[in-house]
Ligand binder design. Structure first.
Ligand SMILES: [Zn+2]
Ligand SMILES: [Zn+2]
Length: 344
């Protein structure tokens, strides 16, 4: 008997519904997965508002997915039914120069499960078996839902190279900024200053281990940040990616320092003081998603207790209330909003 399969359909932030779709059959190299917990990402709310440069509406979300293998295709040996897994949603070609050099996160034909193709905010879905990772025994499904969101910051922090003893500024204390903070702390950064407009977010950043957190609109922000860090920052993570945050990043960073652009920029040009970039030998580098190594680091970090999940996960809704989950995720007091799938 066919099982009912509910899937979330986003037409706009005010039109989020559940569609009933047939349960897919796994192909030879695929798994059929029953979702247990799915995160709502900043990119999901961004897309629902019609603002995401690479996600067109309507779309079927769910790239931060934890689930259980329900069935495996003939060619899959490693994942027996019942195995708990997390999805690594980047779908790459495997043939382009970027893929061949191991940087498949920037594959020239990259598509993301739950962004350009229907995702896992559903009872059941199929995906290639090489796109899943096992959840460790000791990790709950709810904590496992943080592996994907943390993997992006882990990848960003790895771009900074050795961080031990160095100073860091994180612009923006949303989910990504807070997880960059956690990953940078874990990587050994000596002092970390975080900026945000909202005091509730700054307080959370301090609870998560920031040396201090400053109002993003403070006049004299750079001087205040330098006082916290004992000088200009060795590395600045721009998790806002707007003209103002980039100007602040250039003010905050030390000569010869590095600015890592983590946030999704606005479409179109963003003015940047290239005279200062050139004169101070500032390195500006983008970062996108992650690869399997970052997933492994993210899993280790969560297993080690380096992430206070209770500070990060601020609300949970059942699948039927996906619209409410998206609305909550837009509220600044929330960090990570999760959707749990009934019956699991
Ligand atoms: Zn995400
Ligand atoms: Zn490729």
């Amino acid at each position: 008997m066919p099982q009912p399969n509910r899937r979330v359909l986003v037409r706009s932030i005010d039109d989020i519904s559940i569609e009933e779709v047939p349960t897919p059959q796994p192909g030879d190299d695929e798994l059929l997965i029953r979702s247990t917990v799915v995160g709502v990402c900043g990119s999901d709310t961004h897309a629902a508002l019609g603002h995401h440069p690479f996600i067109d509406l309507p779309y079927r979300p769910g790239h931060e997915v934890v689930g259980v293998v329900a069935a495996a295709g003939k060619g899959v040996q490693d994942f027996a039914p019942g195995t708990r897994v997390i999805i690594e949603p980047n779908l790459y070609c495997g043939r382009c120069a970027q893929c061949r050099s191991g940087r498949y996160n920037i594959c020239r034909q990259l598509e993301v499960f739950g962004c350009q193709i229907p995702g896992g905010m559903a009872d059941l879905f199929t995906i290639a078996a090489d796109r899943v990772h096992r959840v460790p025994e000791t990790m709950s499904d709810v904590r496992a839902a943080l592996v994907e969101p943390l993997a992006t910051p882990v990848h960003a922090v790895a771009k900074a190279g050795e961080l031990t003893g160095r100073t860091v500024a994180v612009l923006g204390a949303g989910p990504i900024g807070l997880l960059v903070l956690a990953a940078a702390r874990h990587a050994g950064a000596a002092r970390i200053v975080v900026t945000d407009l909202l005091d509730t977010k700054r307080e959370r950043a301090v609870r998560l281990g920031a040396t201090d957190a400053l109002p993003a609109d403070a006049t004299g922000l750079a001087a205040e940040a330098h006082a916290v860090l004992g000088g200009p920052a060795d590395v600045v993570f721009d998790c806002v990616a707007r003209e103002q945050s980039m100007a602040q990043a250039i003010d905050l960073v030390t000569k010869g320092g590095q600015i890592i652009v983590v946030g999704v920029g606005a479409p179109g040009p963003t003015p940047v003081r290239l005279d200062l970039v050139q004169d101070s030998e500032i390195r500006i580098e983008g970062t996108l998603m992650y690869t399997a190594d970052d997933y492994r680091t993210s899993i280790d970090l969560i297993t080690s207790g380096a992430i206070d999940a209770d500070e990060i996960i601020t609300a949970t809704y059942p699948l039927e209330e996906a619209g409410k989950a998206f609305a909550a995720a837009l509220q600044p007091e929330h960090v990570k909003v999760l959707i749990t799938i009934a019956g699991t």
